[in-house]
Design a binder for this molecule. Sequence first.
Ligand SMILES: Cc1ncc(COP(=O)(O)O)c(C=O)c1O
Length: 412
Amino acid sequence: MRRTPLFIRGRFKGPSLQLCDLAALALRQSLEVPSRLLMGPGPSNAHPRVLAAQALPLLGHMHPHFFKIMDEIQGGLRYLFQTDSPYTLCISGTGHAGMEAVIANLLEPGDKIVVANNGIWGERVADMAGRFRAEVVQLRAPAGKTFSTGELKAALEEHKPAALFLVQGESSTGAHQALGDGLGAACRAAGALLIVDTVASLGGVPFLGDAWGVDAAYTGSQKCLSAPPGAAPLFLGPRAIEKLRGRGTKPATYNLDLNLIGDYWGWFGKRSYHHTGMVSMWYAMREALAIAGDEGLEAMWARHSQAHRDLWEGLRALGLEPFVEKDADRLITVNTIKVPPGIDFAALTAHAMANFSVEISGGLGPTAGKVWRVGLMGANATPASVQVVLAAFRAGLAAQGWKGAQAAPATA
Ligand SMILES: Cc1ncc(COP(=O)(O)O)c(C=O)c1O
């Protein structure tokens, strides 16, 4: 019996028959996915309840029952972002889509944005903002360092931007940017929107959207929320909404136009179709938010913090050191560990995968080749996961003859 056009021999021009046959052979095997413990910078393993939610029957994306689910997600996001703002939603896409939505909608051509750039995410936002014809001023800090409130306030004074952008958890370097300390008030006084990337941090470390005066923030589903990649939750506060509604030009993206997506999520008193909502993904988000609500944010922060302490106790006992020098600057959700001289970082990650089925990542951007990155996020921020990571480091280092910091050769 013929199954799909892919398998019909000789009927289509294009891919060679041999390739079609090979593809058919592969696709006829049942789908096999090995079980991995994902302890890199994301995705993290999804919670089993979240995966089960995705298997529920589809609803239409404009059905009243589905709108109710979307409303419940919005309520959960208000809790997560710690905001009273009614303007929460999930972008259909990953963290980058949340990033681009915020940048494209809150800046008009010619608007100035100060981008605090201490790693790859600041770099990307500077790139994106330029593509949307904003005037970009980059404030730079070395990898592993953060910005002081004084520096940020001085930049607001000097440049008088329409927006200031910060990354709370710079996952390429493992740096945690402080956001309180009057920064929100300073932005308000300077007439700048405060925009924050919380992709690698929200749910794992404290984030107080309203109390800190944050105007817009976005995150990703696949990190501390224990859901698969595919949703980028965001919120806009009242000043950001004012900017969005008062634009003189349409955002230069239809796909990420928050005026239109906002209508789909009922932001402006009606519901209209913009794109087909990601039905199963929204079930996953609803379940992930229910799990977060059951545990409570404070308990989540404490659990992530404990996992971080346990990890570093073990890593230091092995003679390993953090890449981020100052305790206060160290991100607990994505930990960067210096690769000691003489050690092959890629061989260790390969050893961890081959022997422990655990993902440990190398560096990214400014930390490439210099660090390992260990994520402690969501359902993976547990004592058991930390112990697997430590066992993988112990065995992987031993396989390379590592005897601890004292015995390390002086040069690579
Ligand atoms: C801080 C930060 N921002 C943005 C992103 C981009 O997210 P995504 O890969 O989901 O598009 C990431 C991904 O790791 C991240 O860690």
